[in-house]
Design a protein around this ligand. Sequence first.
Ligand SMILES: [Zn+2]
Length: 369
Amino acid sequence: MPPNNSMQRTALRAAADAGRWADSDARAEDFMVGRTRPDSVGPVSVKRLLIVCAVLTLWAAAFAPVAFGQVYHVQQMNTEQIRALDRQRTVVVLPGGILEQHGPYLPSFTDGYRNERLTQDLAGAIVAKPGWSVLVFPLIPLGAGGANEIGGKYSFSGTFAVRMATLRAVFMDLATELGDQGFKWIFVVHSHGSPNHYLALNQAGDYFRDTYGGHMVNLFGLIRPELDKVSQDLMSDAERKADETAIDHGAMRETSEILFLHPELVNPGFRSATPYRTRNPKHAADIARAGNWPGYFGSPSVASAAYGAKYWQHFSSWAVDLALKILDGFDYSQIKGVEENPVSQAALEDERRKQQKQSEWLKAKGHER
Ligand SMILES: [Zn+2]
Protein backbone atom coordinates (compact mmCIF):
# COMPACT_ATOMS: atom_id res chain seq x y z
CA MET A 1 0.00 0.00 0.00
CA PRO A 2 1.12 3.57 -0.53
CA PRO A 3 2.59 5.31 2.49
CA ASN A 4 -0.56 7.36 3.19
CA ASN A 5 -2.79 4.33 3.63
CA SER A 6 -2.31 3.82 7.36
CA MET A 7 -3.37 7.47 7.79
CA GLN A 8 -6.43 6.74 5.69
CA ARG A 9 -7.25 3.72 7.81
CA THR A 10 -6.92 5.82 10.97
CA ALA A 11 -9.21 8.48 9.45
CA LEU A 12 -11.77 5.83 8.48
CA ARG A 13 -11.75 4.45 11.98
CA ALA A 14 -12.12 7.98 13.45
CA ALA A 15 -15.08 8.71 11.14
CA ALA A 16 -16.75 5.46 12.12
CA ASP A 17 -16.21 6.27 15.81
CA ALA A 18 -17.58 9.79 15.26
CA GLY A 19 -20.66 8.22 13.62
CA ARG A 20 -21.28 6.01 16.60
CA TRP A 21 -20.86 8.92 18.98
CA ALA A 22 -23.09 11.28 16.98
CA ASP A 23 -25.76 8.60 16.79
CA SER A 24 -25.74 7.96 20.54
CA ASP A 25 -25.71 11.76 21.23
CA ALA A 26 -28.89 12.14 19.17
CA ARG A 27 -30.56 9.25 20.96
CA ALA A 28 -29.63 10.74 24.36
CA GLU A 29 -31.21 14.05 23.28
CA ASP A 30 -34.38 12.18 22.21
CA PHE A 31 -34.47 10.44 25.56
CA MET A 32 -34.12 13.76 27.48
CA VAL A 33 -37.02 15.39 25.64
CA GLY A 34 -39.09 12.19 25.72
CA ARG A 35 -39.14 11.90 21.94
CA THR A 36 -39.39 8.70 19.91
CA ARG A 37 -38.93 8.55 16.17
CA PRO A 38 -37.82 6.16 13.46
CA ASP A 39 -34.12 6.36 12.51
CA SER A 40 -34.81 7.58 8.98
CA VAL A 41 -36.72 10.74 9.98
CA GLY A 42 -35.67 14.14 11.37
CA PRO A 43 -32.29 15.79 12.16
CA VAL A 44 -30.60 12.48 12.99
CA SER A 45 -30.90 11.29 9.38
CA VAL A 46 -29.23 14.53 8.12
CA LYS A 47 -26.40 14.04 10.57
CA ARG A 48 -26.14 10.41 9.52
CA LEU A 49 -26.15 11.34 5.88
CA LEU A 50 -23.22 13.70 6.47
CA ILE A 51 -21.34 11.02 8.36
CA VAL A 52 -22.00 8.44 5.67
CA CYS A 53 -20.75 10.93 3.05
CA ALA A 54 -17.58 11.55 5.09
CA VAL A 55 -16.97 7.83 5.47
CA LEU A 56 -17.58 7.21 1.77
CA THR A 57 -15.19 10.01 0.81
CA LEU A 58 -12.47 8.57 3.01
CA TRP A 59 -13.23 5.10 1.72
CA ALA A 60 -12.87 6.33 -1.87
CA ALA A 61 -9.62 8.10 -0.98
CA ALA A 62 -8.22 4.84 0.31
CA PHE A 63 -8.65 3.29 -3.13
CA ALA A 64 -8.07 6.32 -5.31
CA PRO A 65 -4.87 6.83 -7.30
CA VAL A 66 -2.37 8.54 -5.10
CA ALA A 67 -1.38 12.17 -5.63
CA PHE A 68 1.72 13.40 -7.50
CA GLY A 69 5.07 13.80 -5.92
CA GLN A 70 5.20 10.58 -3.99
CA VAL A 71 7.58 7.68 -3.71
CA TYR A 72 5.57 4.51 -4.23
CA HIS A 73 6.76 1.00 -3.50
CA VAL A 74 5.34 -1.33 -6.09
CA GLN A 75 5.12 -4.30 -3.73
CA GLN A 76 2.67 -2.37 -1.52
CA MET A 77 0.28 -1.23 -4.23
CA ASN A 78 -2.86 -2.74 -5.66
CA THR A 79 -3.77 -3.12 -9.34
CA GLU A 80 -5.85 0.06 -9.50
CA GLN A 81 -3.21 2.21 -7.84
CA ILE A 82 -0.54 0.99 -10.24
CA ARG A 83 -2.84 1.42 -13.25
CA ALA A 84 -3.60 5.00 -12.22
CA LEU A 85 0.05 6.15 -12.26
CA ASP A 86 0.80 8.73 -14.95
CA ARG A 87 3.13 6.90 -17.35
CA GLN A 88 4.72 10.10 -18.66
CA ARG A 89 5.57 11.42 -15.21
CA THR A 90 6.38 8.31 -13.20
CA VAL A 91 9.98 7.18 -12.96
CA VAL A 92 10.47 3.50 -12.24
CA VAL A 93 13.59 2.83 -10.18
CA LEU A 94 15.02 -0.68 -10.35
CA PRO A 95 17.66 -1.08 -7.65
CA GLY A 96 20.00 -4.04 -7.76
CA GLY A 97 22.85 -5.48 -5.76
CA ILE A 98 25.23 -8.33 -6.38
CA LEU A 99 26.13 -10.70 -3.58
CA GLU A 100 29.88 -10.57 -4.03
CA GLN A 101 32.78 -11.34 -1.74
CA HIS A 102 34.53 -8.20 -0.55
CA GLY A 103 37.18 -9.87 1.60
CA PRO A 104 37.19 -10.38 5.37
CA TYR A 105 36.17 -6.85 6.40
CA LEU A 106 33.13 -5.94 4.31
CA PRO A 107 29.70 -7.53 3.83
CA SER A 108 28.97 -9.45 0.64
CA PHE A 109 26.16 -7.01 -0.10
CA THR A 110 28.49 -3.97 -0.11
CA ASP A 111 27.42 -2.89 -3.60
CA GLY A 112 23.75 -3.50 -2.76
CA TYR A 113 23.86 -1.24 0.31
CA ARG A 114 25.28 1.53 -1.85
CA ASN A 115 22.51 1.04 -4.42
CA GLU A 116 19.86 0.91 -1.73
CA ARG A 117 20.94 4.27 -0.33
CA LEU A 118 21.33 5.87 -3.73
CA THR A 119 17.82 4.72 -4.62
CA GLN A 120 16.51 6.64 -1.60
CA ASP A 121 18.50 9.76 -2.52
CA LEU A 122 17.41 9.55 -6.15
CA ALA A 123 13.72 8.93 -5.40
CA GLY A 124 13.65 11.86 -2.96
CA ALA A 125 15.20 14.21 -5.53
CA ILE A 126 12.85 13.17 -8.34
CA VAL A 127 9.67 13.68 -6.34
CA ALA A 128 10.93 17.12 -5.33
CA LYS A 129 10.57 17.97 -9.02
CA PRO A 130 7.02 19.26 -9.53
CA GLY A 131 4.75 16.75 -11.24
CA TRP A 132 7.00 13.68 -10.95
CA SER A 133 6.43 10.49 -8.99
CA VAL A 134 8.65 7.49 -8.41
CA LEU A 135 7.78 3.81 -8.42
CA VAL A 136 10.49 1.90 -6.57
CA PHE A 137 10.88 -1.83 -7.10
CA PRO A 138 12.20 -4.25 -4.48
CA LEU A 139 15.96 -4.57 -4.76
CA ILE A 140 17.03 -7.35 -7.14
CA PRO A 141 19.95 -9.19 -5.50
CA LEU A 142 21.43 -10.48 -8.76
CA GLY A 143 24.57 -9.36 -10.52
CA ALA A 144 27.22 -10.78 -12.82
CA GLY A 145 30.95 -11.25 -12.37
CA GLY A 146 32.48 -11.23 -8.87
CA ALA A 147 35.90 -9.57 -8.50
CA ASN A 148 37.27 -13.03 -7.68
CA GLU A 149 37.13 -13.71 -11.44
CA ILE A 150 40.06 -11.31 -11.86
CA GLY A 151 42.31 -14.04 -10.49
CA GLY A 152 40.51 -16.78 -12.44
CA LYS A 153 38.65 -17.99 -9.35
CA TYR A 154 35.10 -18.71 -10.47
CA SER A 155 33.88 -19.92 -7.11
CA PHE A 156 34.69 -17.94 -3.97
CA SER A 157 33.07 -17.77 -0.52
CA GLY A 158 30.64 -14.85 -0.49
CA THR A 159 30.09 -14.51 -4.24
CA PHE A 160 26.69 -15.64 -5.54
CA ALA A 161 26.62 -14.27 -9.05
CA VAL A 162 24.44 -15.03 -12.06
CA ARG A 163 25.66 -15.30 -15.64
CA MET A 164 25.80 -12.15 -17.78
CA ALA A 165 23.11 -13.70 -20.00
CA THR A 166 20.91 -14.39 -16.95
CA LEU A 167 21.25 -10.82 -15.67
CA ARG A 168 20.46 -9.42 -19.12
CA ALA A 169 17.42 -11.73 -19.40
CA VAL A 170 16.09 -10.63 -15.99
CA PHE A 171 16.33 -6.95 -16.90
CA MET A 172 15.01 -7.52 -20.43
CA ASP A 173 12.02 -9.37 -18.96
CA LEU A 174 11.34 -6.52 -16.54
CA ALA A 175 11.79 -4.03 -19.41
CA THR A 176 9.17 -6.00 -21.35
CA GLU A 177 6.66 -6.01 -18.48
CA LEU A 178 7.16 -2.30 -17.83
CA GLY A 179 7.09 -1.42 -21.53
CA ASP A 180 3.93 -3.43 -22.13
CA GLN A 181 2.30 -1.58 -19.23
CA GLY A 182 3.20 1.75 -20.79
CA PHE A 183 5.99 2.99 -18.50
CA LYS A 184 8.45 5.34 -20.22
CA TRP A 185 11.11 6.16 -17.66
CA ILE A 186 13.30 3.64 -15.87
CA PHE A 187 16.49 4.17 -13.91
CA VAL A 188 18.54 1.09 -13.07
CA VAL A 189 20.59 1.65 -9.89
CA HIS A 190 22.98 -1.28 -9.88
CA SER A 191 26.61 -0.36 -9.30
CA HIS A 192 29.20 -3.11 -9.46
CA GLY A 193 32.59 -3.11 -11.16
CA SER A 194 32.44 -5.97 -13.66
CA PRO A 195 32.31 -4.79 -17.30
CA ASN A 196 30.09 -7.75 -18.20
CA HIS A 197 27.61 -6.66 -15.54
CA TYR A 198 27.38 -3.12 -16.92
CA LEU A 199 27.17 -4.23 -20.50
CA ALA A 200 24.29 -6.64 -19.72
CA LEU A 201 22.34 -3.78 -18.09
CA ASN A 202 23.17 -1.38 -20.93
CA GLN A 203 21.94 -3.92 -23.47
CA ALA A 204 18.64 -4.37 -21.58
CA GLY A 205 18.28 -0.57 -21.62
CA ASP A 206 18.94 -0.42 -25.38
CA TYR A 207 16.26 -3.07 -25.89
CA PHE A 208 13.72 -1.01 -23.92
CA ARG A 209 14.53 2.14 -25.89
CA ASP A 210 14.41 0.42 -29.29
CA THR A 211 11.24 -1.57 -28.50
CA TYR A 212 9.16 0.85 -26.45
CA GLY A 213 10.66 4.24 -27.28
CA GLY A 214 11.27 5.03 -23.60
CA HIS A 215 14.40 5.37 -21.48
CA MET A 216 15.87 2.64 -19.31
CA VAL A 217 19.08 4.18 -18.06
CA ASN A 218 21.80 2.18 -16.37
CA LEU A 219 22.94 5.08 -14.22
CA PHE A 220 26.25 3.63 -13.05
CA GLY A 221 27.16 2.60 -16.55
CA LEU A 222 27.31 6.33 -17.28
CA ILE A 223 29.02 7.64 -14.19
CA ARG A 224 31.44 4.91 -13.17
CA PRO A 225 34.59 6.12 -14.99
CA GLU A 226 34.13 9.63 -13.62
CA LEU A 227 33.50 8.35 -10.10
CA ASP A 228 36.77 6.45 -10.06
CA LYS A 229 38.47 9.76 -10.73
CA VAL A 230 36.48 11.53 -7.99
CA SER A 231 37.40 8.93 -5.39
CA GLN A 232 41.08 9.55 -6.18
CA ASP A 233 40.70 13.34 -6.13
CA LEU A 234 39.16 13.26 -2.65
CA MET A 235 42.10 11.34 -1.16
CA SER A 236 45.14 12.94 0.40
CA ASP A 237 48.51 12.16 -1.19
CA ALA A 238 49.32 9.80 1.68
CA GLU A 239 46.00 7.94 1.30
CA ARG A 240 46.43 7.66 -2.45
CA LYS A 241 49.89 6.23 -2.00
CA ALA A 242 48.78 3.76 0.67
CA ASP A 243 45.72 2.64 -1.30
CA GLU A 244 47.37 2.37 -4.72
CA THR A 245 45.36 -0.11 -6.76
CA ALA A 246 44.37 -0.63 -10.37
CA ILE A 247 41.18 -2.42 -9.28
CA ASP A 248 39.04 -0.65 -6.71
CA HIS A 249 37.50 -3.53 -4.80
CA GLY A 250 37.20 -3.73 -1.01
CA ALA A 251 39.86 -1.01 -0.85
CA MET A 252 39.83 2.33 0.95
CA ARG A 253 36.83 3.74 -0.90
CA GLU A 254 34.42 0.84 -0.36
CA THR A 255 35.53 0.27 3.23
CA SER A 256 34.93 3.99 3.89
CA GLU A 257 31.54 3.86 2.19
CA ILE A 258 30.34 1.02 4.42
CA LEU A 259 31.86 2.69 7.48
CA PHE A 260 29.62 5.61 6.57
CA LEU A 261 26.48 3.67 5.50
CA HIS A 262 26.58 0.59 7.76
CA PRO A 263 29.45 0.81 10.28
CA GLU A 264 28.00 -2.14 12.23
CA LEU A 265 28.78 -4.40 9.25
CA VAL A 266 32.49 -3.59 9.01
CA ASN A 267 34.85 -6.03 10.70
CA PRO A 268 36.98 -3.79 13.01
CA GLY A 269 40.00 -5.84 11.95
CA PHE A 270 40.15 -3.61 8.84
CA ARG A 271 42.40 -1.26 10.80
CA SER A 272 45.25 -3.73 10.60
CA ALA A 273 44.46 -5.11 7.13
CA THR A 274 47.44 -6.15 5.01
CA PRO A 275 47.63 -3.90 1.91
CA TYR A 276 47.33 -5.50 -1.54
CA ARG A 277 48.63 -2.70 -3.74
CA THR A 278 48.44 -3.20 -7.49
CA ARG A 279 50.17 -1.21 -10.23
CA ASN A 280 48.00 -2.27 -13.16
CA PRO A 281 45.25 -4.80 -14.02
CA LYS A 282 47.81 -7.48 -14.92
CA HIS A 283 49.53 -7.04 -11.54
CA ALA A 284 46.10 -7.21 -9.81
CA ALA A 285 45.31 -10.47 -11.62
CA ASP A 286 48.64 -11.95 -10.48
CA ILE A 287 47.92 -11.00 -6.87
CA ALA A 288 44.35 -12.33 -7.00
CA ARG A 289 45.56 -15.62 -8.44
CA ALA A 290 47.68 -16.35 -5.35
CA GLY A 291 46.23 -19.03 -3.08
CA ASN A 292 46.10 -16.79 -0.01
CA TRP A 293 44.55 -13.70 -1.62
CA PRO A 294 41.86 -12.58 0.88
CA GLY A 295 39.53 -11.01 -1.71
CA TYR A 296 40.34 -7.28 -1.74
CA PHE A 297 42.85 -4.86 -3.23
CA GLY A 298 44.38 -1.62 -1.93
CA SER A 299 44.51 -0.63 1.74
CA PRO A 300 41.30 -0.91 3.74
CA SER A 301 43.29 0.18 6.82
CA VAL A 302 43.34 3.84 5.69
CA ALA A 303 39.52 3.92 5.35
CA SER A 304 37.40 6.25 7.47
CA ALA A 305 33.74 7.12 7.88
CA ALA A 306 34.70 10.76 7.24
CA TYR A 307 36.10 9.93 3.81
CA GLY A 308 33.01 7.75 3.19
CA ALA A 309 30.71 10.68 3.99
CA LYS A 310 32.69 13.05 1.77
CA TYR A 311 32.74 10.58 -1.10
CA TRP A 312 29.05 9.79 -0.66
CA GLN A 313 28.09 13.43 -0.88
CA HIS A 314 29.96 13.89 -4.18
CA PHE A 315 28.92 10.61 -5.63
CA SER A 316 25.24 10.81 -4.71
CA SER A 317 24.74 14.40 -5.82
CA TRP A 318 26.53 13.64 -9.07
CA ALA A 319 24.36 10.62 -9.84
CA VAL A 320 21.18 12.44 -8.82
CA ASP A 321 22.02 15.56 -10.85
CA LEU A 322 22.67 13.45 -13.92
CA ALA A 323 19.35 11.61 -13.50
CA LEU A 324 17.46 14.90 -13.15
CA LYS A 325 19.20 16.28 -16.25
CA ILE A 326 18.14 13.18 -18.19
CA LEU A 327 14.51 13.74 -17.14
CA ASP A 328 14.87 17.28 -18.48
CA GLY A 329 15.92 15.92 -21.88
CA PHE A 330 19.70 15.64 -21.63
CA ASP A 331 21.04 13.27 -24.31
CA TYR A 332 22.98 10.77 -22.21
CA SER A 333 24.05 8.74 -25.25
CA GLN A 334 26.91 11.21 -25.68
CA ILE A 335 28.47 9.96 -22.43
CA LYS A 336 30.94 7.23 -23.17
CA GLY A 337 30.55 5.55 -19.76
CA VAL A 338 31.66 1.96 -19.53
CA GLU A 339 30.77 1.14 -23.13
CA GLU A 340 34.42 1.20 -24.03
CA ASN A 341 35.22 -1.60 -21.60
CA PRO A 342 35.70 -4.91 -23.35
CA VAL A 343 33.67 -7.91 -22.25
CA SER A 344 35.74 -10.29 -20.13
CA GLN A 345 36.09 -13.30 -22.43
CA ALA A 346 37.52 -15.54 -19.72
CA ALA A 347 34.43 -14.92 -17.58
CA LEU A 348 32.19 -15.67 -20.55
CA GLU A 349 33.98 -18.98 -21.12
CA ASP A 350 33.29 -19.95 -17.51
CA GLU A 351 29.64 -18.94 -17.96
CA ARG A 352 29.41 -21.15 -21.05
CA ARG A 353 30.74 -24.07 -19.01
CA LYS A 354 28.15 -23.47 -16.30
CA GLN A 355 25.37 -23.05 -18.83
CA GLN A 356 26.35 -26.26 -20.60
CA LYS A 357 26.38 -28.21 -17.35
CA GLN A 358 22.86 -27.02 -16.52
CA SER A 359 21.63 -27.59 -20.04
CA GLU A 360 22.93 -31.16 -20.12
CA TRP A 361 21.04 -31.92 -16.92
CA LEU A 362 17.83 -30.33 -18.24
CA LYS A 363 18.08 -32.32 -21.46
CA ALA A 364 18.82 -35.57 -19.65
CA LYS A 365 15.68 -35.06 -17.58
CA GLY A 366 13.59 -34.12 -20.59
CA HIS A 367 12.89 -30.58 -19.33
CA GLU A 368 14.66 -29.00 -22.31
CA ARG A 369 15.07 -30.11 -25.90
ZN1 LIG B 1 31.99 -3.59 -4.52
